[in-house]
Design a protein around this ligand. Sequence first.
Ligand SMILES: [Zn+2]
Ligand SMILES: [Zn+2]
Length: 142
Amino acid sequence: MKIDTRQIPEEGVILTEEFSPKGLDLDTDIIRFPGPIKAKAIIHKSYDAVNVILFLSALMNINCARCLKEEKIDYSRKIELNYAMDKADPMIELDSDIREEIILDYPMNPLCKVDCKGLCPKCGANLNEGGCHCGATQEKAF
Ligand SMILES: [Zn+2]
Ligand SMILES: [Zn+2]
């Protein structure tokens, strides 16, 4: 999303754009975006600065860090960004800031539920679904 600071009218302007998650390089091992990231920016200019109120929304798929079960999350976020006006370079490029804000929101250790039992380290069975049959976890107290 690019803002041409010379073309922001007195009353402000609204820009919308859809980003592909690939374009922003957002996918990780446990977080994926099945659709576009939608951005709406309300932009105002003052004498020496540009103020951007940014609304982001996207569908986010997150794998539980313990059992890998996929959870779908409706991600939405309101961000305020401020830029100093630069006469030498009237263009403001928002993409890297948008990417950074989304990544800051990534859960560090997402769990499908707080007491997720995870997977059996031996056979990989989901222990939330009643344990496994390989016996590796039967004796261990979780
Ligand atoms: Zn889990
Ligand atoms: Zn097992």
